[in-house]
Design a protein around this ligand. Sequence first.
Ligand code: CO
Length: 227
Amino acid sequence: MKLYQTLLDGNKAWVTAKLDQDPAYFDRLSKGQTPQFLWIGCSDSRVPANEITNTQPGDIFVHRNIANMVVHSDMNMLSVLDYAVNILKVKHVIVCGHYGCGGVKAAMNSQQNGLVDNWLRHIKDVFRIHSHELHEIQDEEKRYDRLVELNVIEQVFDLTKTSIIQNAWRKRNEPKVHGWVYSLKTGLIKDLDVSFDNSAKLPPIYRIDSEIVAGDQLESAPLQVEE
Ligand code: CO
């Protein structure tokens, strides 16, 4: 049997099992989704959002990329975030990293890996920001684990810098933003307790006062053209 055929066969078996349990399962799911959570996780095949949280299709809106990054110029992430926050109105946004993350590991050394290095460069920035703490850790494995955690914390922080999150906080006091790390060795998730639910903890430089500068304000300060 061709390898990919196992997936299609698996799908049929899954449909049969679901319908046995609940004949209306797909009818109900096809009517729409109202997930309460947005998950930003790593693409790693061992960290599937639904399975490790014991949740079902329809429960979590998911965005995954290498090393669960929140890059403010990433249109894919921004589109998912905007849709989840402003249309689906999720109550929680979770950045979930994982120990043993290959992306974080690759960012810790100088080996060239190709295009992905441009993406991983963001993790090197996290290392630089926290270099003092990380250099104090002698054990390389522990330093790696800590960089995984710090990377999650920085991505949570990056979420709170976006106008999407700040405007939502202003309008409806939600969503709460969380940072978690999953252990491949135990299957358990660690809550890093870096939840944010308003802009109070943000350094002033990152605070955005209003959604957009009003047109009349722009007009009241026309450009001075020198003659
Ligand atoms: Co990973």
